[in-house]
Design a protein around this ligand. Structure first.
Ligand code: AMP
Length: 113
């Protein structure tokens, strides 16, 4: 029940925090693929989309509300951005603590993350 993101939430390792509240933390991706690359992470440890419970629905919705707010704050809401959630090994997931990528700041093609 631990992950690198839990360590960031507990301030055991550093991160560039873009947003935080009781439920969610958003940090700059350490290996960005675009000028804006932020990870929106629930503080509750949920490994993958496969582990989302019915009761988590408001929390998952909140990830998108935070993404929307950050996109507006960064000035990319109108121009557009990409939200990505990789699921499992074949889906490209490398950190098994559910997170939403907010990617923006350039014209996006078919990059994989
Ligand atoms: P995924 O491959 O979808 O699981 O995404 C994991 C993301 O976490 C990758 O884009 C990594 O660059 C990013 N990442 C891994 N470790 C850290 C860290 N310590 N701080 C910020 N981002 C990280």
């Amino acid at each position: 029940m631990d992950s690198i993101f839990m360590k960031i939430i507990r301030r055991e390792i550093p991160a560039a925090i873009e947003y935080e509240d009781d439920d969610v933390i958003a940090i700059k991706d350490i290996n960005p693929i675009a000028p804006i690359h932020i990870l929106i992470i629930p503080k509750k440890f949920i490994p993958t989309v496969n582990d989302i419970a019915e009761a988590d629905a408001p929390l998952i919705g909140k990830l998108f509300l935070v993404a929307k707010r950050l996109a507006a704050d960064k000035g990319v809401a109108e121009g557009g951005y990409r939200l990505v959630m990789n699921v499992g090994k074949d889906g490209g997931q490398t950190v098994f603590h559910l997170h939403l990528h907010l990617i923006a700041g350039k014209k996006l093609g078919h990059e994989t993350i």
